[in-house]
Design a protein around this ligand. Structure first.
Ligand code: HSE
Length: 429
């Protein structure tokens, strides 16, 4: 039987993050409960398989593999979800919120795809839904967008919000590693998942920028509205050329509010080596929010790992447990239009291999000219005398994405072209 005033906690998931949060709660529960109306008690932990040996010892009888035990326990008031994945987590959270139990989650996929539905369920039952840990690991960014920066019209968010890819890109840049070796190292250190698709294809970052853009612009941004490109096509040569031109290459997640609507995109981009984002290294994350009043505000810290994620989860848990404190409304206020990727205007970097013969440069220049794209610089190197090919890197002045795609198509059809290695965008702001 629960004692009066006790705040009952349920935990869904006991993987690396779940074990860290359970361990920290059990070890520090008295201190953590000091400013609450009553003590917190970890009442139930849901796992898929009860038979797996655990690294953590839990009080007898709290482990269960039956979700309904958590759902129907009247003495559980707040549930922390660290199962990850969409199914069955999204359905579990919906049921819990409908039943009036508050939820704290680290689940970016569920929040990005089902955030509006879950927020509606919470608003209907009066429960709270908090998700600081879903973006940026230990970096507070959801709370600041929901509260501290609320007076602002947010103009843009530029972020590095995937620690695995930032670790890989840092290795490729600093140690001249190829992508596959850098990925293998990220996996051996436990940064990347055994199946790293969501990280390296930009999907994880797309979930996170969808969450941030929804909060920043008070609208519904789904992952489907985010243009997404990963880092798998990048090669050591791209880093060499980028460095010669004064840039680093980063996987950026960008959300902007323009007169034509909201644009959200994830792709590798060249950023000037002196910029703040260029200096974010390893598994760190950084988010720059530009507000009309606050100007640029930067959040920087560890974006992944059990301890930073536990920091955000327990912060949210305590905020829910402190009665009377509610987050600012997160529900969308307006349905804003989306600005399609073809309307983007930015600078570009194109790396191609071409036949090393006279007249080739003028043919390429003609294609750019016909698409109304102004070339900023051309670099040629790595002439392969046997094959008779050379590598060209062309950078452009600001041009429209649609024009760039037309030029790229024409270049691909040129008989002198051997290979298009990479088309990257250059972020100058
Ligand atoms: N896979 C994520 C990353 C960690 O590498 O940033 C949690 O969101």
């Amino acid at each position: 039987m629960a004692k009066k005033n006790e705040i009952g906690i349920g935990l869904l998931g006991l993987g690396v993050v779940g074990s860290k949060i359970a361990g920290h709660l059990l070890q520090c529960i008295e201190t953590l409960s000091l400013n609450l109306d009553g003590p917190m008690v970890l009442r139930r932990v849901l796992v898929r398989n009860m038979k797996i040996p655990r690294s953590i010892s839990l009080p007898d009888g709290i482990l269960t593999d039956d979700f309904s035990v958590v759902l129907n326990d009247p003495d559980i008031h707040i549930v922390v979800e660290v199962m990850g994945g969409e199914i069955p987590a999204a359905d579990y959270l919906n049921q819990l919120l409908k039943k009036g139990k508050s939820v704290v989650t680290a689940n970016k996929e569920v929040m990005a795809k089902h955030g509006p539905l879950l927020m509606a369920a919470a608003a209907h039952s009066g429960a709270e839904l908090r998700f600081e840990a879903s973006v940026g690991g230990g970096v507070p960014i959801v709370g600041p967008l929901q509260n501290d920066l609320l007076a602002n019209e947010i103009i843009s968010i530029r972020a590095i919000i995937n620690g695995t890819t930032n670790f890989i890109l840092t290795k490729m840049a600093k140690e001249k590693m190829e992508f596959t070796s850098a990925l293998a190292e990220a996996q051996s250190l436990g940064y990347a998942e055994p199946d790293p698709t969501d990280d390296v294809e930009g999907i994880d970052a797309a979930y996170k920028i969808a969450i941030l853009a929804s909060l920043a612009f008070h609208t519904e941004v789904s992952p489907k509205n985010v243009y997404t490109e990963g880092i798998t096509a990048l090669q050591a040569e791209d880093f060499e050329f980028a460095h010669e031109l004064g840039y680093e290459i980063k996987l950026l997640a960008i959300a902007e509010r323009t007169q034509d609507g909201v644009q959200a995109r994830v792709h590798p981009a060249l950023v000037h080596r002196e910029s703040m984002l260029a200096k974010v290294e390893g598994a760190y994350n950084a988010v720059e929010v530009y507000g009309d009043l606050a100007g640029p505000v930067v959040f920087h810290g560890l974006g992944a790992g059990p301890a930073p994620t536990t920091s955000s989860l327990i912060g949210d848990l305590l905020a829910v447990a402190r009665s009377g404190e509610h987050p600012a409304p997160s529900r969308p206020r307006a349905k804003l239009p989306f600005k399609p990727m073809v309307d983007l205007e930015t600078q570009y970097y194109l790396r191609v291999s071409i036949a090393d013969q006279s007249g080739v440069l003028s043919q390429i220049a003609q294609v750019f000219g016909e698409s109304d794209i102004s070339i900023a610089a051309v670099t040629q190197k790595d002439v392969d005398n046997q094959q008779g090919t050379a590598q060209l890197v062309i950078t452009t002045h600001p041009a429209r994405e649609s024009a760039m795609q037309t030029a790229l198509k024409a270049i691909k059809e040129m008989s002198v072209l051997k290979k298009v290695h990479n088309l990257l965008r250059v972020e100058t702001v």
